[in-house]
Design a protein around this ligand. Structure first.
Ligand code: NAG
Ligand code: NAG
Ligand code: NAG
Ligand code: NAG
Length: 345
């Protein structure tokens, strides 16, 4: 090296090398110690949820553990149980929501494997055994404890799952833009968020429910649902969001001809799409946890597609479950082509 040519420079070089080694070793040691401290704390009994599915599923998995944690707080605390979620789920959710209460402890299973685990099935009321001391609790994958969430209160859930301010600002600006484009900036306007869940979900429904699945909603369902809002409110702006481009190619034109409709204003930006739908006044959804979450957060009237299937807690039919608990949620079916009577704008 040029710089370590003469004797003085060589001594300096040696010092630099030594200092570097000491620094690296110190950092490594501190980091290592912190890790081992984690090991100790995370070996307390824990409660977590098995992460599975897409973003909407994960929101419901989070709501499930959060609601159980708060509703059973005294008992769980008495047994020294700590709730946690996996780190990537936490990062995923905190991409959209502000600081969530439940923390992530990624290394937990590694060091506490020997503990017994009580698995809470997703479709049963939450009940703990008499003695849970020293045991972990695991909520099953696809947990979507909508009954518990409704009991806990949608309002309270929204205090925990707070959209990041930058997304809210974007969305509010977008809604104002849409009003201005429609020349409704001085008029009272009602926004109806519409969501269609298609893509890989249709094969999932077919595979899961076989012949009982009567097919996805098509434009006839959306048009009938739009009529409900058009008849009830004066100026309605509909916002249709879907990532299923084939379905849009077949259905969007008929829907956009039926009212003031904006299709995919964010061209499939997951976080903004969910924030936007959640800030509409009312909702028209198909099924699936994404649309269901948005409609729940919007807290308006919700029209949902009647799948006519038993509830199975994997997201597709929790909309049906919610429609039995929430008086503002209404089921609707596709309209037969022959007796279809949509009015056009
Ligand atoms: C979220 O947490 C960060 C860091 O702990 C804090 O600075 C910020 O104020 C919190 N935001 C909210 C909305 O609580
Ligand atoms: C909007 O409001 C203005 C002023 O009140 C009214 O003249 C106009 O008819 C309204 N437009 C619509 C589409 O309701
Ligand atoms: C409709 O939604 C917009 C956007 O979230 C909100 O500003 C407005 O107050 C809502 N209107 C009603 C009547 O709730
Ligand atoms: C829409 O769905 C209904 C009910 O499944 C069906 O009768 C109708 O033919 C469908 N329309 C189109 C265009 O696919």
């Amino acid at each position: 090296m040029e710089i370590c040519r003469n004797r003085t420079q060589q001594r300096l070089c040696a010092k630099i090398v030594i200092v570097t080694i000491i620094t690296v070793a110190t950092i490594w040691l501190i980091f290592g110690l912190r890790q081992s401290r984690d090991r100790v704390t995370t070996c307390e009994p824990t409660m977590t949820v098995r992460k599975m599915g897409q973003f909407g599923n994960q929101i419901w998995e989070y709501m499930s553990i959060y609601v159980i944690w708060l509703m059973k707080y005294d008992t769980l605390k008495a047994y020294n149980i700590t709730p946690y979620i996996e780190e990537d789920m936490k990062n995923n959710l905190e991409d959209l929501f502000e600081n969530l209460t439940i923390q992530s402890l990624p290394r937990i299973f590694h060091f506490c494997e020997e503990k017994d685990t009580i698995i809470v099935p997703k479709n049963k009321p939450f009940r703990l055994p008499e003695d849970i001391s020293g045991q972990n609790i695991l909520l099953d994958s696809y947990s979507a404890r909508y009954e518990d969430v409704v009991n806990f209160g949608v309002n309270n859930i929204k205090k925990e799952l707070r959209f990041r301010q930058n997304y809210i600002d974007d969305v509010m600006k977008k809604l104002e833009e849409l009003r201005t484009e429609a020349n409704l900036q001085n008029n009272e306007t009602v926004f109806v968020g519409m969501h269609y869940r298609g893509g890989d979900y249709i094969p999932h429904l077919e595979g899961h429910h076989g012949d009982k699945f009567k097919g996805p909603p098509n434009y006839s369902y959306y048009i009938k649902a739009m009529d409900y809002f058009k008849e009830k409110y004066g100026n309605v702006i509909f916002i249709l969001i879907s990532i299923d481009n084939n379905w849009l190619a077949d259905n969007a034109l008929k829907i956009t001809k039926h009212g003031l409709v904006v299709v995919n204003p964010y061209t499939n930006d997951r976080n903004r799409d969910l924030t936007l739908l959640s800030h509409c006044n009312h909702s028209i959804i198909s099924y699936g946890t994404f649309g269901v979450t948005a409609a729940l957060f919007a807290e308006g009237e919700t029209i949902l597609y009647d799948l006519e299937l038993p509830i199975d807690y994997r997201g597709d039919t929790i909309a049906l479950g919610l429609s039995k608990l929430l008086p503002t949620w209404m089921r609707m079916k596709n309209t037969r082509e022959t007796n279809f009577q949509g009015h056009s704008l």
